[in-house]
Design a protein around this ligand. Structure first.
Ligand SMILES: [Zn+2]
Length: 294
Protein backbone atom coordinates (compact mmCIF):
# COMPACT_ATOMS: atom_id res chain seq x y z
CA UNK A 1 0.00 0.00 0.00
CA UNK A 2 1.20 3.48 -0.88
CA UNK A 3 0.42 6.59 1.17
CA UNK A 4 -2.38 7.49 -1.25
CA UNK A 5 -5.78 7.74 0.45
CA UNK A 6 -8.88 8.50 -1.59
CA UNK A 7 -12.57 8.44 -0.89
CA UNK A 8 -16.07 8.32 -2.33
CA UNK A 9 -18.52 10.38 -0.31
CA UNK A 10 -22.11 10.03 -1.53
CA UNK A 11 -25.12 11.78 -0.04
CA UNK A 12 -27.93 9.30 0.65
CA UNK A 13 -30.55 11.19 -1.34
CA UNK A 14 -31.38 8.24 -3.60
CA UNK A 15 -29.85 5.11 -5.11
CA UNK A 16 -26.59 5.09 -7.04
CA UNK A 17 -27.16 6.06 -10.68
CA UNK A 18 -24.82 6.45 -13.63
CA UNK A 19 -23.77 9.96 -12.57
CA UNK A 20 -22.79 8.99 -9.04
CA UNK A 21 -21.24 5.74 -10.30
CA UNK A 22 -18.91 7.73 -12.58
CA UNK A 23 -17.64 9.74 -9.59
CA UNK A 24 -17.28 6.56 -7.52
CA UNK A 25 -15.45 4.80 -10.34
CA UNK A 26 -13.00 7.65 -10.93
CA UNK A 27 -12.07 7.82 -7.25
CA UNK A 28 -11.78 4.03 -7.04
CA UNK A 29 -9.63 3.71 -10.18
CA UNK A 30 -7.35 6.51 -9.07
CA UNK A 31 -6.83 4.86 -5.67
CA UNK A 32 -6.18 1.44 -7.24
CA UNK A 33 -3.85 2.89 -9.90
CA UNK A 34 -1.81 4.38 -7.03
CA UNK A 35 -1.95 1.12 -4.99
CA UNK A 36 -3.65 3.26 -2.38
CA UNK A 37 -6.62 2.99 -0.03
CA UNK A 38 -10.19 3.81 -1.02
CA UNK A 39 -12.66 4.83 1.68
CA UNK A 40 -16.42 5.30 1.63
CA UNK A 41 -18.10 8.01 3.68
CA UNK A 42 -21.84 8.68 3.80
CA UNK A 43 -22.45 12.44 3.76
CA UNK A 44 -25.79 12.51 5.54
CA UNK A 45 -25.62 15.84 7.41
CA UNK A 46 -28.54 17.32 5.44
CA UNK A 47 -31.38 15.55 7.24
CA UNK A 48 -33.99 17.19 5.00
CA UNK A 49 -32.52 15.58 1.89
CA UNK A 50 -31.69 12.15 3.30
CA UNK A 51 -33.87 9.32 1.99
CA UNK A 52 -34.41 6.43 4.38
CA UNK A 53 -32.53 3.34 3.24
CA UNK A 54 -30.64 5.14 0.46
CA UNK A 55 -27.31 4.70 2.26
CA UNK A 56 -27.72 0.92 2.38
CA UNK A 57 -28.89 0.85 -1.25
CA UNK A 58 -25.77 2.79 -2.33
CA UNK A 59 -23.49 0.49 -0.33
CA UNK A 60 -25.13 -2.60 -1.87
CA UNK A 61 -24.69 -1.17 -5.36
CA UNK A 62 -21.01 -0.49 -4.68
CA UNK A 63 -20.60 -4.07 -3.45
CA UNK A 64 -22.30 -5.39 -6.54
CA UNK A 65 -19.98 -3.30 -8.69
CA UNK A 66 -17.02 -4.88 -6.91
CA UNK A 67 -16.00 -1.68 -5.09
CA UNK A 68 -15.14 -2.33 -1.46
CA UNK A 69 -14.11 0.25 1.11
CA UNK A 70 -10.66 -0.48 2.55
CA UNK A 71 -11.70 0.85 5.96
CA UNK A 72 -14.77 1.16 8.12
CA UNK A 73 -17.51 3.26 6.50
CA UNK A 74 -18.24 6.58 8.23
CA UNK A 75 -21.59 8.34 8.57
CA UNK A 76 -21.28 12.10 8.99
CA UNK A 77 -24.45 12.20 11.06
CA UNK A 78 -22.46 10.50 13.85
CA UNK A 79 -19.62 13.01 13.80
CA UNK A 80 -21.31 16.18 15.01
CA UNK A 81 -18.91 16.62 17.95
CA UNK A 82 -15.94 16.77 15.55
CA UNK A 83 -17.60 19.48 13.45
CA UNK A 84 -18.45 21.44 16.60
CA UNK A 85 -14.84 21.35 17.74
CA UNK A 86 -13.69 22.60 14.32
CA UNK A 87 -16.25 25.42 14.54
CA UNK A 88 -14.91 26.28 18.01
CA UNK A 89 -11.37 26.31 16.64
CA UNK A 90 -12.50 28.79 13.95
CA UNK A 91 -14.21 31.09 16.49
CA UNK A 92 -12.14 34.17 15.59
CA UNK A 93 -13.27 33.87 11.97
CA UNK A 94 -16.92 33.00 12.60
CA UNK A 95 -19.90 35.30 13.20
CA UNK A 96 -23.55 34.71 13.96
CA UNK A 97 -25.97 35.71 11.21
CA UNK A 98 -29.66 36.47 11.62
CA UNK A 99 -30.45 37.03 7.94
CA UNK A 100 -33.16 35.10 6.17
CA UNK A 101 -32.60 34.07 2.58
CA UNK A 102 -35.02 36.81 1.48
CA UNK A 103 -33.21 39.51 3.48
CA UNK A 104 -29.94 38.56 1.82
CA UNK A 105 -31.51 38.73 -1.65
CA UNK A 106 -33.20 42.09 -0.89
CA UNK A 107 -30.00 43.60 0.42
CA UNK A 108 -28.14 42.54 -2.72
CA UNK A 109 -30.83 44.12 -4.89
CA UNK A 110 -30.63 47.42 -2.98
CA UNK A 111 -26.88 47.49 -3.54
CA UNK A 112 -27.47 46.93 -7.25
CA UNK A 113 -25.77 43.55 -7.18
CA UNK A 114 -27.31 40.85 -9.31
CA UNK A 115 -26.14 37.65 -7.66
CA UNK A 116 -28.45 37.07 -4.71
CA UNK A 117 -26.38 34.09 -3.52
CA UNK A 118 -23.41 36.12 -2.31
CA UNK A 119 -23.70 37.22 1.29
CA UNK A 120 -23.57 41.04 1.58
CA UNK A 121 -21.85 41.06 4.99
CA UNK A 122 -24.88 42.36 6.91
CA UNK A 123 -24.10 40.70 10.28
CA UNK A 124 -20.30 40.92 10.16
CA UNK A 125 -20.23 43.56 12.91
CA UNK A 126 -22.91 41.84 14.99
CA UNK A 127 -26.61 41.09 14.67
CA UNK A 128 -29.34 43.62 15.43
CA UNK A 129 -30.63 43.60 19.02
CA UNK A 130 -34.09 42.33 18.24
CA UNK A 131 -32.85 39.45 16.11
CA UNK A 132 -31.71 35.93 16.90
CA UNK A 133 -28.71 34.11 15.48
CA UNK A 134 -29.84 31.75 12.74
CA UNK A 135 -26.67 30.55 11.09
CA UNK A 136 -22.91 30.74 11.66
CA UNK A 137 -20.80 32.10 8.82
CA UNK A 138 -17.09 32.19 8.09
CA UNK A 139 -15.71 35.67 7.44
CA UNK A 140 -13.95 35.62 4.09
CA UNK A 141 -10.87 37.88 3.81
CA UNK A 142 -10.71 40.94 1.61
CA UNK A 143 -8.14 41.72 -1.05
CA UNK A 144 -5.48 39.31 -2.21
CA UNK A 145 -5.98 36.99 0.79
CA UNK A 146 -9.32 36.00 -0.76
CA UNK A 147 -7.60 34.61 -3.86
CA UNK A 148 -7.42 30.83 -3.66
CA UNK A 149 -5.42 28.98 -6.29
CA UNK A 150 -4.89 25.29 -6.88
CA UNK A 151 -4.06 22.94 -9.71
CA UNK A 152 -6.68 20.38 -10.65
CA UNK A 153 -5.07 17.18 -11.98
CA UNK A 154 -7.47 17.10 -14.93
CA UNK A 155 -8.62 20.70 -15.40
CA UNK A 156 -5.33 22.47 -14.69
CA UNK A 157 -4.80 25.73 -12.77
CA UNK A 158 -7.87 27.06 -10.96
CA UNK A 159 -8.45 30.34 -9.17
CA UNK A 160 -11.37 31.72 -7.19
CA UNK A 161 -11.77 35.02 -5.37
CA UNK A 162 -13.75 33.99 -2.30
CA UNK A 163 -14.82 37.53 -1.57
CA UNK A 164 -16.44 38.26 -4.93
CA UNK A 165 -17.45 34.72 -5.91
CA UNK A 166 -18.78 33.33 -2.63
CA UNK A 167 -18.80 35.84 0.25
CA UNK A 168 -18.96 34.88 3.91
CA UNK A 169 -20.22 31.31 3.78
CA UNK A 170 -22.29 29.21 6.16
CA UNK A 171 -20.64 26.62 8.42
CA UNK A 172 -23.67 25.84 10.57
CA UNK A 173 -27.06 26.33 9.00
CA UNK A 174 -30.15 28.06 10.33
CA UNK A 175 -31.83 24.67 10.68
CA UNK A 176 -28.99 23.53 12.95
CA UNK A 177 -27.45 21.20 10.36
CA UNK A 178 -23.74 21.27 9.61
CA UNK A 179 -22.82 22.78 6.28
CA UNK A 180 -21.31 20.45 3.71
CA UNK A 181 -18.17 22.61 3.40
CA UNK A 182 -17.19 22.22 7.05
CA UNK A 183 -18.05 18.53 7.40
CA UNK A 184 -16.16 17.51 4.27
CA UNK A 185 -13.02 19.44 5.26
CA UNK A 186 -12.97 17.96 8.77
CA UNK A 187 -13.52 14.42 7.54
CA UNK A 188 -11.03 14.58 4.68
CA UNK A 189 -8.39 15.77 7.17
CA UNK A 190 -9.22 13.31 9.97
CA UNK A 191 -9.30 10.43 7.48
CA UNK A 192 -5.93 11.49 6.06
CA UNK A 193 -7.31 11.87 2.53
CA UNK A 194 -4.48 12.74 0.13
CA UNK A 195 -6.52 12.84 -3.07
CA UNK A 196 -10.05 14.12 -3.66
CA UNK A 197 -11.52 12.74 -6.90
CA UNK A 198 -15.11 13.82 -7.52
CA UNK A 199 -17.55 15.33 -10.00
CA UNK A 200 -16.93 18.76 -11.51
CA UNK A 201 -20.17 20.00 -9.94
CA UNK A 202 -18.06 20.33 -6.77
CA UNK A 203 -15.19 22.24 -8.42
CA UNK A 204 -16.68 25.50 -7.19
CA UNK A 205 -16.51 24.27 -3.56
CA UNK A 206 -12.78 23.57 -3.65
CA UNK A 207 -11.60 27.12 -2.89
CA UNK A 208 -13.83 27.33 0.20
CA UNK A 209 -12.53 23.96 1.36
CA UNK A 210 -8.90 24.94 0.80
CA UNK A 211 -9.43 28.17 2.78
CA UNK A 212 -10.98 26.18 5.66
CA UNK A 213 -8.05 23.72 5.55
CA UNK A 214 -5.65 26.64 5.86
CA UNK A 215 -7.48 28.14 8.85
CA UNK A 216 -7.70 24.77 10.59
CA UNK A 217 -4.06 23.88 9.94
CA UNK A 218 -4.95 20.88 7.75
CA UNK A 219 -2.98 19.82 4.67
CA UNK A 220 -4.64 20.45 1.29
CA UNK A 221 -5.21 17.26 -0.71
CA UNK A 222 -4.70 17.03 -4.46
CA UNK A 223 -7.89 17.55 -6.46
CA UNK A 224 -9.22 15.91 -9.60
CA UNK A 225 -12.69 16.80 -10.89
CA UNK A 226 -14.20 14.53 -13.52
CA UNK A 227 -16.95 15.59 -15.95
CA UNK A 228 -20.52 15.32 -14.73
CA UNK A 229 -23.05 13.11 -16.49
CA UNK A 230 -25.98 15.18 -17.71
CA UNK A 231 -29.38 14.33 -19.15
CA UNK A 232 -30.53 15.44 -22.62
CA UNK A 233 -31.46 18.86 -21.20
CA UNK A 234 -27.89 19.34 -19.97
CA UNK A 235 -28.84 18.97 -16.31
CA UNK A 236 -26.67 17.06 -13.86
CA UNK A 237 -28.11 13.59 -13.34
CA UNK A 238 -29.91 13.30 -10.04
CA UNK A 239 -33.12 11.89 -8.71
CA UNK A 240 -34.74 15.27 -9.51
CA UNK A 241 -33.63 15.25 -13.15
CA UNK A 242 -34.77 11.71 -13.83
CA UNK A 243 -31.63 9.66 -13.25
CA UNK A 244 -32.39 5.96 -13.32
CA UNK A 245 -30.78 3.72 -10.75
CA UNK A 246 -29.34 0.55 -12.14
CA UNK A 247 -31.79 -1.99 -10.95
CA UNK A 248 -30.37 -4.25 -8.29
CA UNK A 249 -30.76 -7.92 -8.90
CA UNK A 250 -31.89 -8.54 -12.46
CA UNK A 251 -29.58 -6.34 -14.53
CA UNK A 252 -26.15 -6.96 -15.98
CA UNK A 253 -23.75 -4.96 -13.82
CA UNK A 254 -21.06 -4.95 -16.51
CA UNK A 255 -23.23 -3.94 -19.47
CA UNK A 256 -25.66 -1.69 -17.63
CA UNK A 257 -23.35 0.07 -15.18
CA UNK A 258 -19.59 -0.47 -15.27
CA UNK A 259 -18.97 -0.31 -19.03
CA UNK A 260 -21.15 2.79 -19.63
CA UNK A 261 -19.46 4.56 -16.70
CA UNK A 262 -15.98 3.65 -18.00
CA UNK A 263 -16.95 4.88 -21.50
CA UNK A 264 -18.11 8.15 -19.98
CA UNK A 265 -14.67 8.48 -18.36
CA UNK A 266 -13.14 8.01 -21.83
CA UNK A 267 -11.43 4.74 -20.97
CA UNK A 268 -10.77 2.96 -24.29
CA UNK A 269 -12.11 -0.52 -23.49
CA UNK A 270 -11.42 -2.59 -26.59
CA UNK A 271 -13.30 -5.76 -25.64
CA UNK A 272 -15.97 -6.72 -23.17
CA UNK A 273 -14.44 -7.99 -19.92
CA UNK A 274 -15.67 -11.43 -18.93
CA UNK A 275 -16.11 -10.58 -15.25
CA UNK A 276 -16.33 -7.66 -12.84
CA UNK A 277 -12.85 -8.53 -11.56
CA UNK A 278 -11.42 -8.47 -15.08
CA UNK A 279 -13.17 -5.16 -15.72
CA UNK A 280 -11.40 -3.53 -12.76
CA UNK A 281 -8.05 -4.95 -13.74
CA UNK A 282 -8.34 -3.62 -17.31
CA UNK A 283 -9.92 -0.31 -16.29
CA UNK A 284 -7.25 0.39 -13.65
CA UNK A 285 -4.49 0.02 -16.27
CA UNK A 286 -6.38 2.26 -18.70
CA UNK A 287 -6.89 4.89 -15.98
CA UNK A 288 -3.22 4.78 -15.01
CA UNK A 289 -2.27 5.32 -18.67
CA UNK A 290 -4.77 8.14 -19.12
CA UNK A 291 -3.63 9.97 -15.98
CA UNK A 292 0.09 9.25 -16.43
CA UNK A 293 0.33 7.21 -13.19
CA UNK A 294 3.15 4.71 -12.96
ZN1 LIG B 1 -26.64 38.06 8.38
Amino acid sequence: MSSYRGRFAPSPTGPLHLGSLVAAMASYLDAKAHQGSWLVRIEDVDFDRNVAGADQAILQSLQRCGMHSDEEILWQSQRSALYQSALDQLADHVFACSCSRKEIADSRLRAGLSDSQIYPGTCRAGIANNKAARAYRLRVPDGSAAQIEFVDRLLGPQRQDLSSAVGDFVLKRADGFWAYQLAVVVDDALQGITDVVRGADLLDSSARQIYLQQLLGYPTPRYLHVPVVTNSAGEKLSKQTGAVAFDLGNDDILQDALIPAARFLDLPLTSTPSSVAEFWSVATTLWANKMGIR
